[in-house]
Write a protein that binds this ligand. Structure first.
Ligand SMILES: [Zn+2]
Length: 331
């Protein structure tokens, strides 16, 4: 079984090979029978965690009455192990896929994120921060930690039961490395954080703002890569999500819930991917907070990448972000 990162010789970008994940449950067929099976509580591995052979990490608030269970992913893309330097294989660099891959399982089979109460979302945010800190503080090999939530089969949620995931990597992922370098270069050139410029401009030209409260703003970016893409930024932002003060959690929960409900209402409950982009867990850039800001991205899955995107890396967006924001704002 192949489980390693290989670095592309031309672009320098890492690709993760995790052939064990081919065994995880998935329903390829898209018809009523497959859909019924996908949603069925009888087949759900998250109803009885023990019986399904899941290995717990911790429960919130406790094992007997848990509302959030953190478990090890049964089909991890990275595995615990001894941290080693990247090795050469001919002209290539290879890094063993050492890391953590956990799942946050939420109690109710049919209660999706958009249906959580604000208090429940606060518990989720707090659990994200706690597990992030535990993983990032563990021994070596944790260069980046990603928290993400897939909703719907077409967004890659192989299990219907509501859950989020957290994964650590021993390498800096290409998207993160581009953002870190880009925001660092912007700061060097303009002496301003690119995220402050973005937020200020979005607030002054409020066409794309969907919702804001005292601490957070949600908008469709002027340069949205995909239709109805939403970004959530903190007005009092920090580079590290896990260092966000607990007083902020209820404001973040408010903006998250509002946006998810709007997406569901305006777009007819589409599948989506949600992720937290935060500064690398391990970086030689001590000044990262001066130029980088953590944020959340929500990408409803409305279109499929085709030839132009695959061949050029240029995203083709068929929806004007101003119109996307207007639709979501008014939902
Ligand atoms: Zn379930």
């Amino acid at each position: 079984m192949l489980n390693e990162f290989r670095q592309d010789l031309v672009s320098g970008e890492w690709v993760l090979f995790a052939t064990g994940r081919a065994k995880r449950p998935h329903a390829d067929e898209n018809n009523d029978v497959a859909d019924k099976e996908y949603k069925s509580i009888q087949n759900c591995p998250f109803e009885d965690l023990k019986r399904s052979g899941n290995e717990p990490v911790w429960f919130y608030p406790n094992e007997a009455d848990w509302r959030i269970a953190v478990i090890k992913n049964k089909f991890p893309a990275v595995k615990p192990g001894v941290c080693k330097q990247a090795t050469d294989f001919g002209p290539f660099s290879i890094q063993e896929a050492v890391g953590f891959h956990d799942v946050f399982v939420y109690k109710n089979h049919d209660q999706h994120f958009a249906d959580f109460s604000q208090e429940e979302v606060v518990e989720v945010i707090r659990s994200y921060k706690r597990r992030y800190r535990e993983i990032s503080e563990s021994e070596g090999c944790v260069r980046y930690v990603l928290i993400f939530h897939n909703f719907g089969r077409d967004a890659g949620a192989s299990i219907y039961h509501p859950h989020s995931q957290i994964i650590s990597m021993p390498i800096l992922p290409p998207d993160v490395s581009r953002s870190i370098n880009g925001s660092y270069n912007f700061y060097k050139e303009h002496k301003e954080r690119v995220y402050d410029v973005l937020m200020k401009w979005e607030r002054e030209h409020g066409n794309r703002t969907i919702y804001e409260n005292d601490l957070f703003i949600a908008f469709c970016p002027f340069v949205s890569k995909t239709p109805y893409e939403v970004r959530i930024f903190s007005r009092d932002s920090h580079a590290h999500f896990e260092k966000m003060p607990d007083e902020f959690d209820k404001y973040l929960a408010d903006v998250l819930l509002t946006v998810l409900k709007k997406i569901r209402q305006a777009l007819g409950n589409p599948p989506y991917n949600l992720f937290v982009h935060t500064a690398p867990a391990e970086t030689e850039l001590k000044s990262v907070h001066e130029f980088y800001s953590w944020h959340i991205e929500i990408l409803p899955k409305i279109k499929i990448d085709a030839g132009v995107e695959m061949g050029t890396g240029v995203d083709v967006n068929i929806i004007d972000p101003d119109e996307a924001a207007e639709l979501l704002r008014n939902a």
